[in-house]
Design a protein around this ligand. Structure first.
Ligand SMILES: *Cc1c(COP(=O)(O)O)cnc(C)c1O
Length: 398
């Protein structure tokens, strides 16, 4: 009998009863705006910021409207101006180059390796051309962060980390988002905590934090923040920093606080699923598993494998055959992107660049989401289906 998978690749887990109760409490008192506080009250957003800063070991934290907003705010806060070049990944998600375009700057793309991380040799070669690197840990893959920081420190490059897929991950014992000057996170439904929309920004730099808070739309109410620098730091920036409203509200913060307390348990659950999928795919003819470095603690909320040097027709055939058995795979090599754009050649508002080695790798990347609504048995079944279909197409071609 041919096995079939019937789960849904975009269905996340429900919000916990504890988080629902916290949200209902906010709606009952009606103070949804972060600065609308009863006497002596701290507010859910300020508490979320305090708790996330503590969890990450950061001095300052700002909660905002989205991950993409956090990225653009980070660029503004470090002083990126119209016309500046910003180094970034050739393989990432649209909000990353979008944040660079949002401040009128130009993305300068750095290639991708077969480990799906930023190409550090390409970065070193381009290091003289920009003062800021917007580093995206795309699909949760961390590069050698020690070497990356060496390259950037030597060239005087400020690093902003896009940790949309690495909340809870670490490199050599340092949490993702704590190597660079700023770490940015997304709280959107498909990331590691789910408020529908939302973003978090952390930093140890007092001036950057004060500017980010002013940028997010704090008016002159910045003393209502907890994970923020002292008022005298704001004195230096408060009339020079524009208000580009993108605050988080108390309702979303209320939903997020219990999820942060649960993060490490969720990470373990993602990784159990990831490891079953990885083990099931390993050794499939024609398929390359993306090996995870020992220094990396990852969060397996999605899995990628490579069909390197496969023809487009053969990859399409694998995808169609898997889909017919209920397994939805995404192929980053598809000529016309479906649902999302993740390749540098899709962002045509930026100057065109040519990265042939990255093109070769991008043409072979297949991706799958791993929602926590999948059971361990589901993951084993999905791996069997992919293995069978990849093997069948491979054998018919060889
Ligand atoms: C989701 C995501 C973001 C931020 O997205 P928002 O939808 O703006 O929260 C940034 N980078 C990557 C790689 C992402 O996947």
């Amino acid at each position: 009998m041919t096995e079939h998978f019937s789960g849904n690749f975009t269905q996340q887990e429900p919000i916990s009863e504890e988080a629902i109760e916290a949200a209902v409490a906010v709606m009952r008192h009606g103070r949804l705006h972060r600065y609308n506080l009863a006497g002596g009250e701290v507010g859910e957003v300020a508490l979320l910021e305090e708790e996330f800063a503590a969890l990450m070991g950061a001095k300052y934290c700002l909660a905002v409207a989205s991950g993409g907003y956090a990225l653009a705010t980070a660029l503004r806060a470090v002083g990126v101006k119209h016309g500046d070049k910003v180094l970034t990944n050739a393989f990432t998600l649209a909000p990353v180059p979008g944040s660079i375009a949002a401040v009128g700057a130009e993305p300068l793309y750095v290639g991708v390796t077969e480990q799906l991380t930023i190409d550090l040799d390409d970065l070193a070669a381009k290091a003289g051309q920009a003062k800021v690197l917007m580093l995206s840990h795309m699909r949760g893959h961390l590069c050698d962060m020690d070497r990356l920081m060496e390259i950037c420190d030597a060239a005087g490059i400020t690093v902003i980390e896009d940790c949309a897929h690495t909340m809870g991950a670490s490199w050599n014992g340092t949490l993702s988002g704590r190597h660079g000057a700023i770490g940015c996170y997304s709280c959107q439904t498909y990331k590691h905590v789910n408020a529908g929309e939302g973003g978090l920004l952390i930093t140890d730099d007092a001036e950057v934090a004060a500017r980010a808070i002013m940028l997010s739309g704090s008016y002159m109410l910045f003393t209502r923040h907890k994970a923020a620098p002292a008022p005298e730091v704001f004195e230096r920036v408060k009339f020079e920093t524009p208000n580009i409203s993108g605050r988080m509200d108390n309702l979303r913060a209320a939903i997020l606080r219990p999820q942060l307390r649960d993060l490490s348990r969720q990470v373990a659950r993602w990784n159990e699923r990831y490891q079953i999928l990885e083990a099931g795919l390993r050794g499939t003819p024609g398929l390359t598993v993306v090996e995870r470095p020992e220094a990396e603690v990852y969060v397996g909320s999605s899995i990628q494998f490579l069909l390197l040097e496969w023809s487009a027709e053969a990859v399409q055939e694998v995808l169609a055959r898997c889909l017919a058995r209920g397994v939805e795979l995404k192929w980053f090599g598809v000529p016309e992107p479906v649902a999302f754009t993740s390749r540098y050649d899709s962002w045509r508002y930026a100057p065109a660049q040519s990265l042939p080695e990255s093109d070769r790798i991008l043409a072979g990347i297949v991706d799958m989401r791993v929602p926590l609504t999948f059971s361990l048995e589901d993951c084993a079944l999905i791996a069997r289906i992919i293995r069978a279909e990849v093997s069948a197409v491979w054998q018919s071609a060889h």
